[in-house]
Design a protein around this ligand. Sequence first.
Ligand code: HEM
Ligand code: HEM
Length: 161
Amino acid sequence: MHDTLHTRPRKPVRPSQGQRRANYLGSGLLLGSGLLWLVAHHLLPLPEFAARHPLETWAMRIHGAAALFGIAVFGSLWASHLLPAWQHGRHRASGASLAVAWLLLLLTGYGLYYVPDEDWRAPLSLVHQLAGFGLPLGLGLHVLTVRRSRRVARMTAAARP
Ligand code: HEM
Ligand code: HEM
């Protein structure tokens, strides 16, 4: 009885290959377009008579599309990965940090889009950008710790007589 409980196969929580690829693509596009906006806004010289650099507009067009795509992927991971993985109790710290970065980006992104008072734009933008840089860090940390523990588990299983 005791044995059966321990060897009962658990519902797999690893995101499917399609979900993993979609997640990396969405995160890459979000980060890339966010960085493009920062470069165009802060580093590129303004063309004559322009209020903003044309690349800023393009960066935000891509960013908006990537945000919709990224949120859809996050939604698909919510039910099939986050909730069951949380119940299993493994990699909670890195997974939850990544989830918090996503939620902060969603909230501050929404705030930037519908900012009710222009005074709020600068602080919202700052938090958004900080969470934005947290996204690749959080994802990298989560995936690397997951892969390392999977490698260790494989080696331990192989060493068992
Ligand atoms: C509640 C928070 C989370 C927990 C507890 C958690 C836990 C886990 C666990 C246990 C695995 C290993 C699954 C296995 O190999 O069977 C995993 C893998 C993975 N997680 Fe999470 N996760 C969380 C949130 C997230 C979020 C928010 C994302 C992305 C938006 C994410 C993306 C991934 C990916 C891509 C892998 C596969 C890594 C690989 O095998 O290469 N996770 N997670
Ligand atoms: C869930 C992920 C994300 C969502 C939903 C999101 C959403 C948004 C939205 C709605 C805007 C305002 C667009 C506009 O004013 O036309 C915005 C702006 C911006 N986002 Fe994101 N974003 C996300 C991730 C990221 C990431 C990963 C970065 C990387 C640094 C980033 C950097 C920026 C920057 C620099 C701006 C312009 C800030 C400003 O107008 O002051 N975002 N984002």
